[in-house]
Design a protein around this ligand. Structure first.
Ligand code: HDE
Length: 709
């Protein structure tokens, strides 16, 4: 089902470029009709192919040049169209139309991505997720190119190539793909303490989302909002998903990578096609210019967040994604995001990471898309009119009229002409700058451990356990003891208990001191041990917003429930559960011993959604077993059903069974968990729904550790 709502102006614009082959003849690129696309032109039926054959030459030449370079980072991505609506004007902070006019529906295109993997890599890699939003505003295009974590690894753009070279596959053997669990990454991380904050977020469940629709987004950098009077406020942007923030476990992530490496892409596509449009609210943290130096961290340091307890997030609007792209390459692959794309009312700060990005993104499009005319590609075209004197270049598709391509001119009537600020022209915020040129870093950036420690303190016990397991896995994949030990020392600066637990799993102990020199901005000769730890600042005990245990648990919309059944299943049980789940916009999929159809005890045929041979429990949020003697008997014959259930149990999912369905559970480890609050036997569907909405029953986590699946 496609969205039937009124189209946005961007959709109208894109429609002019779409081509539909329905009822059309096959032609060459020049429009000549073709009668045979299976055979080349030959000299005699067995003779050699003729150079004259323009049809084969055109077909093969196009094919030879189909690929463009994948993005250096964020190569793997999925996109969707939608719109943004403002709740109330915030004209006191910004003059941007998108922030002052609640009657607008601003079209957006969003691309989510992983960072390290190649274009074809798994969606479930442990990684940061990109969250890039292109707003086609009436005053020009604004790109908010963010991530699903509120901070970044490094403070200065100068370090970005090093960071990425360290995390990407090692250059001699091109291993590992889409994974940070290797020596070069931790060699770099352990020598660069500023990375620790983002690093611990990557060890948390945030790095393995259940769905792209269930993760937050952050602009990360401090930006500026500028109002009509020219007054500025600092701002941090937040996207809050209406479905809450939820993740899978690492064991699931690795299994999903095998069962369906397109899991996130498929989930996003399916949700939009079924009319369950993903939604996020946009929030802003506003800091007056006068408060620039009020905090224990520097607002220009992208490795720090502003705890929501210090500056609350003010919700100002909502984004809805309601249309899948028509063509992956034309839209999702060719979309070009540039943090430098801003509009009047929004401005940059001197964050040295942001400043570097302002250069990098335009530059990279030149090699990726091949021409400075990349903004003419339909998905990149602004909705606002654009007239300028930039000319020519590869793939110019516009036909600029007139004799002049310079300014000032009289021959072109002075056009395109300049605008005044009052007429909507952009002008940079007149920040006072007074200082010496210096290649270095501000001392105010030097606290590397307080915020990772705040993050860790703020997590629930089950989240902390996941962090310890993640560090143990990642460092366990490193082959060099000195790198593991340096990391352990670093982790100890965050939390001793965490470091001890990880060290135990590695079979090492936490070193008291380390003495490798570090080579980062605080000085090439500096030594971590001399330099850190300074006293850890503890300006806040915990920040509730940092823990996923404080997210929303009020909906099961789009959750996937597996129904395990064979011939003879109880129709009454099935119907009651299906009706209840679908009323909450969840889906119930029949997983059966075979494909095709199965019969219920009322002798009706029901289409099977997946045979047990083609699916895995990690692809579902919960599972249900209806009654029916012969149905349960057929499930008991196939050991994979037991594995399916044991895995769901271990992954702390809600499990329900009615009548004879319980017999199947009795043949699994579930028999020891009958008291568990998310194991529901002969209960009302409402109780099951409540348990699914909790996402997982983490209370079960420790007890299930010994289950061998
Ligand atoms: Fe990026 N980044 N980045 N990045 N980034 C790219 O641009 C870069 C950074 C982010 O879906 C590239 O078009 C530098 C922070 C996203 O198309 C490249 C630095 C944040 C995407 C690039 C950073 C991001 C990119 C690769 C350090 C979060 C995917 C292809 C100064 C706020 C956008 C491209 C999409 C993509 C450079 C740091 C997010 C090479 C130099 C911080 C979501 O230009």
């Amino acid at each position: 089902m496609k969205n039937k709502e009124h189209k946005t102006a961007k959709e109208d614009q894109l429609e002019k470029f779409t081509k539909d082959p329905k009822d059309q003849a096959l032609t060459t690129r020049q429009g000549v009709k073709v009668n045979d696309t299976n055979n080349s032109l030959k000299a005699g039926v067995r003779g050699s192919t003729l150079l004259e054959d323009f049809i084969i030459r055109e077909k093969i030449t196009s094919f030879d040049h189909e690929r463009i370079p994948e993005r250096i980072v964020h190569a793997r991505g999925s996109g969707a169209h939608g719109y943004f609506e403002l709740y109330d004007s915030i004209s006191q902070y910004s003059k941007a139309g998108i922030f002052t006019d609640p009657n607008r529906k601003t079209p957006v295109f969003v691309r989510f991505s992983t960072v390290a993997g190649s274009k074809g890599s798994t969606d479930l890699a442990r990684d940061v997720r990109g969250f890039a939003v292109k707003f086609y505003t009436e005053e020009g295009t604004w790109d908010l190119v963010g991530n699903n974590m509120p901070i970044f690894f490094i403070q200065d753009a100068m370090k970005f190539p090093d960071l990425i070279h360290a995390v990407k596959p090692e250059p001699n053997k091109e291993i590992p793909q889409a994974a940070s669990a290797h020596d070069t990454f931790y060699d770099f991380i352990s020598l660069t303490p500023e990375t620790l904050h983002n690093q611990i977020w990557v060890m948390s469940d945030r790095a393995i989302p259940r769905s792209l629709r269930m993760m937050e987004g952050f602009g990360i950098h401090t930006y500026r909002l500028v109002n009509e009077k020219g007054e500025a406020h600092f701002v941090k942007f937040h996207w809050k998903p209406l479905l809450g923030v939820h993740s899978v476990t690492w064991d699931e992530a690795t299994k999903i990578s095998g069962a369906d490496s397109d899991f996130h892409r498929r989930d996003l596509w399916d949700a939009i096609e079924s009319g369950q449009f993903p939604e996020w609210e946009l929030g802003v943290q506003i800091v007056p210019e006068a408060d620039e130096h009020k905090y224990d961290f520097d607002l220009l340091d992208a490795t720090k967040l502003i705890p929501e307890e210090m500056v609350p997030v003010k919700i100002i609007g909502k984004m809805t994604l309601n249309r899948n792209p028509e063509n992956f390459f034309a839209e999702t692959e060719q979309v070009a995001f540039l943090p430098g794309n801003i509009v009047p009312g929004i401005d940059f700060t001197n964050d040295p990471l942001l400043q570097g990005r302002l250069f990098s993104y335009r530059d990279t499009q030149l090699s990726r898309l091949g021409s400075p005319n990349f903004h003419q590609i339909p998905i990149n075209q602004p909705l606002a009119k654009s007239h300028h004197n930039q000319r020519d270049g590869h793939m110019q598709t516009e036909i600029p009229k007139g004799q002049t391509a310079y300014f000032p001119n009289t021959l072109g009537g002075g056009c395109p002409h300049l605008s005044k600020i009052a007429e909507g022209a952009f002008s940079s915020y007149e920040e006072r700058i007074d200082g010496k040129k210096i290649r270095g870093r501000s001392e105010s950036f030097n606290d590397f451990f307080s915020q990772p420690a705040l993050f860790y303190r703020s997590l629930a016990d089950w989240e902390k356990k996941h962090v310890a397991n993640a560090y143990s896995f990642e460092l366990g994949k490193c082959n060099h003891k000195h790198i593991q030990e340096r990391m352990l020392w670093m982790i100890a600066q965050i939390d001793n208990g965490l470091a001890e637990e990880v060290a135990g799993n590695l079979g090492l102990s936490v070193p008291e001191k380390i003495d490798q020199p570090i080579n980062q901005a605080i000085g090439a000769d500096a030594n971590v041990a001399d330099y850190q730890p300074g006293p850890k600042k503890n300006y806040l005990d915990k920040s509730a917003a940092l823990s996923q245990s404080n997210t929303k648990f009020d909906s099961i919309a789009t959750r996937k429930v597996a129904l395990l059944a064979g011939d003879g299943f109880n129709m009454k049980d099935f119907k009651a559960m299906k009706t209840a789940l679908e009323a909450e916009n969840a889906t119930l999929s029949i997983v059966a011993p075979h494909g095709g159809t199965i019969k219920c005890d009322s002798d009706m045929d029901h289409p099977v959604d997946a045979s047990i041979n083609t699916t895995e429990s990690v692809l579902y949020d919960a599972l249900y077993i209806p009654g029916g003697q012969s149905s349960v008997a057929s499930l008991l014959k196939n050991a994979k059903f037991k594995k399916f259930i044991n895995e769901a149990l271990k992954h702390c999912k809600a499990i329900a069974a009615d009548n004879e369905g319980e017999h199947l559970l009795d043949e699994t480890y579930v028999k020891d968990f009958k008291e568990d609050k998310a194991i529901l036997i002969n209960a009302e569907p409402e109780a099951f729904i409540k348990a699914i909405a909790q996402h997982r029953n983490w209370d079960r986590m420790e007890k299930t550790e010994g289950i061998p699946v």
